[in-house]
Design a protein around this ligand. Sequence first.
Ligand code: PHE
Length: 378
Amino acid sequence: MISRFRQIAVLSLLALQSASLLANEGTPIKIGEIASLTGKEAAFGQSSHKGTLLAIEELNAADGVLGRQLKLITEDNQTKAGESATAARKLISRDKVVALLGEVASSRSLEMAPIAQSSKIPMVSPASTNPKVTAVGAYVFRVCFIDPFQGTVMAKFAREDLGLRRVAVLTSVSSAYSVGLSKFFKERFLSDGGEIAIEQKYSEGDKDFRSQLTAIKATGVGGIFIPGYYSEAALIAKQARELGITAALFGGDGWEAPQLLQIGGAALEGCYYSTHYSPEDTSPAVQNFVKNYKDRFNDEVPDAMAALGYDSALVLADAIKRAGSTQPDAVREALAATRNFMGVTGNTTIDADRNAAKPAVVVAIKYGKLNFFKSVAP
Ligand code: PHE
């Protein structure tokens, strides 16, 4: 009796599934994307969006996923607090997307994540490195390393490559990313026998850092760690040099943007930062991506956000393929089971915390250009 029931149940489930597959055939698979296309961190959103778009276009040119085309629906949060939550609600309830891609900045991913989680819609952040992002819940993933690793890389770099023993740390207290990276850097630098001579603070959007820098100058430290975003980091470098500070300046992936050099200019000479990828990587996967991106976007060289945006879309598409369905729970399961997916930022293996361990690249700014300095394995 029971097995008979089960047979009927299974058969009707199969019938329902194929009916819904048939009903969906020919209709595109909708994927939501949230990015800062305008506003203070437009460089982040512009790059991650272009990388994501290139991946979607390439997938569609190769017949899409599960025989269907992908439709990317992008919302611009204008770099404003609060907008990413609104955008996530819109994409989920109005557009009925099967998954969300975004954000780059950790504070904005932290706005989207609770909505993805409570709606049970998988979310893949391309580039948010704060550990709290994926800790929101089982539907939240990322395809990049996290800041306990990045902080360690830069603390070791400061001690071993720059030979620093006493440093200052200048943190943006209104950015979850900056607060986290600052903490992880300090922990490692101290445990390696270094000294944090002074800590100073600022907030996103600040333009004058002279009082913090004057206090730092008085300590005579050999280096200043600046775990912030490019707009402020570039101004900090300029004002530091104007004040006659000769200490080494270095930061994390938040420095990565073409605007960094445009704003900071010569003040950035000899500075370093960590990031996720280098366009100088000679592997065929990276060189192929660089070429296709340049062909598609006006000869621009893709940066780390572009590369991670590209990989986030590919990892999601791969999960949908393996799930054999666009049903959000099945896609979530498949995302969690991602192992050794080769993209342009290395190998993506999703761990038990839904993070991806990947190498970090240290960039040296020399002769007004970004130069590959070294790669550090996880
Ligand atoms: N990791 C940064 C954050 O979490 C965002 C970022 C990623 C910035 C990659 C630049 C490059 O906020």
